[in-house]
Design a protein around this ligand. Sequence first.
Ligand code: GTP
Ligand code: MG
Length: 138
Amino acid sequence: IQRTFSIIKPDATKRNLTGAINAKIEAAGLRIIAQKRIHMTQKQAETFYGVHKDRPFFGELVEFMISEPVVVQVLEGENAIKAYRDVMGATNPADADEGTIRKEFAQSVGENSVHGSDAPETAAEEIAYFFSGLELVG
Ligand code: GTP
Ligand code: MG
């Protein structure tokens, strides 16, 4: 059993897609063991996406992530990191497989509806950044 960190991004919360995305998460066999709606600060968004700070789209990415509330989540399941990335689909919705969250809901490579951790180390860091242990109810 593994845990991963997820964000339902501003483009999705704005269009009232939290429930539709959660339905896809649950249908993929992942259990939502923690969830809260927050409005990220600029500092939180810059720290969270710090790995991309030298990329040309960094400013745009941070502005987008603080433009509306987001829903941060912890998902648990067998191979949760890969299982979630599979149901998310490719970063660019134009490349995403049929049935994935990004194929169905994402608007562009930037406004792509969801984030999911990419490795066990980043999952642990990202979960600890947004949640206390007491908030994880497995
Ligand atoms: P995350 O789960 O959000 O980390 O997506 P990812 O792992 O599929 O993609 P990556 O880590 O490479 O990029 C992080 C995020 O930066 C993406 O999800 C997009 O929101 C954004 N991003 C990536 N490439 C571009 C781009 O070319 N333009 C813009 N505006 N945003 C981008
Ligand atoms: Mg990533």
